[in-house]
Design a protein around this ligand. Structure first.
Ligand code: SF4
Length: 255
């Protein structure tokens, strides 16, 4: 990244921190999505609606917008040093799963286990997410796609900072554009607020459908929260059942 881009990112991070988060999509047309599988009319219609665009998109590197596959996008990311998180990471945690997934989960950022293994959601919380996918939804983990808002571990598992989000979010946005899932599930407060660009508590957002550039979003609690608050599992199951219905998956009755 050259100096001008770095300065612009810092400026935008300040604007984001001040609460200025959106500009009309018409300021800069998005790159044409790659030709992909047909989606139901309702989803196509939603995708065609005018949407809003993050300020960071204005400075998106052309190579990010031009990447037409996850492999290409991973190549553009390279040995990334676009934000200060690069200094403390062991591995970049790009994302894992099916490029054609109909369901995509988005978390906050890698933890210690994820940083060590280079794969999202592999620790205790990750095993719980895997149970939700396999035992709850009847899918394989490989059927879905799992990614985070930032791809390097924040020190001490703190929340990612605005400049880090501004630097990394274009890669998540492009992953979503390439995968074009039918449903996005955001896990926890941070991922939900980052994707939906609000400050509303997760307890008030979960259980209701939202929209991310035409993709239906179901926020739910982070699996790590469920490890501390088992009572939240019932609510997550309710959210996941809504997702299953939207995807046309058979909803098994839980005992
Ligand atoms: S968090 Fe994202 S932008 Fe920052 S160094 Fe890691 S990959 Fe690059």
């Amino acid at each position: 990244m050259d100096e001008a881009t770095r300065l612009a990112h810092a400026y935008l991070a300040r604007e984001v921190a001040l609460g200025l988060e959106f500009v009309p999509r018409s300021v800069r047309p998005p790159p044409a999505p790659p030709a992909r599988k047909e989606r139901p009319a309702a989803v196509r219609q939603a995708t065609d609606r005018p949407a809003v665009q993050a300020l960071s998109d204005l400075l998106i590197e052309p190579e990010i917008g031009a990447a037409s596959s996850l492999t290409e996008l991973r190549g553009v990311l390279g040995d990334c040093s676009r934000c200060k998180l690069h200094g403390g990471r062991t591995n970049i945690v790009f994302g894992v799963g099916d490029e054609n997934a109909e369901l995509m989960f988005v978390g906050e950022g890698p933890g210690e286990d994820e940083d060590r293994q280079g794969e999202p959601f592999v620790g205790r919380a990750g095993r719980l997410l895997t149970d939700i996918i396999t035992k709850g939804m009847g899918l394989d983990r490989a059927d879905v796609y799992i990614a985070n808002v930032v791809k390097c571990r924040p020190p001490g598992n703190r929340n990612p900072e605005p400049d880090e989000i501004v630097a990394c979010e274009p890669f998540l946005a492009r992953q979503i554009a390439i995968i074009r899932p039918k449903v996005l599930v955001t896990l926890g407060t941070f991922a939900t607020q980052a994707l939906l660009r609000n400050r509303v508590p997760i307890s008030r957002q979960r259980g209701n459908w939202h929209d991310y550039n035409g993709v239906p979003v179901m926020p739910t609690f982070h699996p790590a929260y469920l490890l501390r608050n088992a009572s939240g599992k019932r609510l997550v199951w309710e959210d996941i059942q809504q997702v299953m219905e939207r995807l046309g998956l058979p909803v098994a009755k839980k005992g």
